[in-house]
Design a protein around this ligand. Structure first.
Ligand SMILES: [Fe+2]
Ligand SMILES: [Fe+2]
Length: 145
């Protein structure tokens, strides 16, 4: 019985990891678009930061796909719809919104992995959690928040 419940918990955990993976696909598309379209001297330094974020999102997506596969799931390939922002500030606000959402997701996922006794998975998720915190900080600074 306990094992069956654990299987079910792992299955929902994998489904959530797959949703996390899709949010990373969204980040990748969104950052590529924003790096190419954000303008204005006040945003010059954040564009450099966004390029760093983009490289890290690629690694986040790879990490999540590996974990899904490791846990017996099939990594998602669906990219959520990306809204186009009307201006540079709006674009950065959308990035911040997505990063905040991911931060919440990774905090939850990290503790779920630990609860499920998946120490390796929790360890693999730690850099995602830490780098997402940095991304939130970078975007807040750029937006003067
Ligand atoms: Fe990410
Ligand atoms: Fe990020």
């Amino acid at each position: 019985m306990a094992t069956r419940r654990n299987d079910r918990d792992t299955e929902s955990f994998v489904a959530l990891l797959n949703e996390d993976l899709q949010t990373e696909y969204q980040s990748i598309v969104q950052y590529i678009n924003h790096i190419a379209t954000i303008t204005g001297p006040e945003f010059l330094s954040i564009i450099g930061e966004l390029k760093v974020h983009l490289g890290q999102e690629l690694v986040h997506a790879q990490t999540l796909a590996d974990q899904v596969s490791f846990l017996g799931g099939r990594p998602a390939t669906t990219v959520p719809r990306v809204q186009t922002a009307s201006d540079s500030r709006g674009a950065l606000a959308a990035d911040l919104h997505l990063e905040n959402d991911q931060l919440e997701r990774y905090r939850e996922r990290f503790s779920q992995a630990s609860e499920l006794g998946l120490a390796d998975v929790a360890e693999a998720l730690r850099p995602l959690l830490e780098q997402t915190q940095e991304h939130v900080r970078d975007l807040k600074t750029a937006l003067g928040e």
